[in-house]
Design a protein around this ligand. Sequence first.
Ligand code: HEC
Length: 122
Amino acid sequence: MKPSLILTLLAAAAGLAACQPSGPTRSPAEISAHAATLKPADPRLAGLYAQACKACHAMVGTLAPQTGDREAWAPRVAKGMPVLLHDVVAGFKGMPAGGQCFACTADDDKALIRFMADQPVS
Ligand code: HEC
């Protein structure tokens, strides 16, 4: 075999390896099933979450980033808390204004965003 062919094969193998996901990939149904098991530790927040955000953010097929799905939340978190808070209050694409939570204060919304994103949001 010519050295150039071996190099080509090696490069192709490396390219394939690079396409493999690093961790176990979860299906959307698995991600939502996991989301459905999570709730905020604070009882008041847990109540607000269960009555509003959870209906979409722990439901497969809603296009909402799922609770605890850190990867799905990462690009949202990158927008920063002021933008995210504004989007919840005003409504954003498939999300109705206030995220359907009429009792939520701005502090509640911030806490719910941090809980769902499962990472610091500033
Ligand atoms: C009726 C369904 C629904 C409910 C209820 C809901 N959301 Fe959402 N939410 C969505 C969808 C769908 C998106 C993704 C919109 C898109 O990017 O297309 C979303 C996106 C978001 C985002 C990201 C916004 C951005 O700028 O990327 C935040 C933050 C958020 N929701 C917070 C909340 C909070 C907090 C609650 C509860 C108070 C809530 N949502 C309730 C459907 C919902």
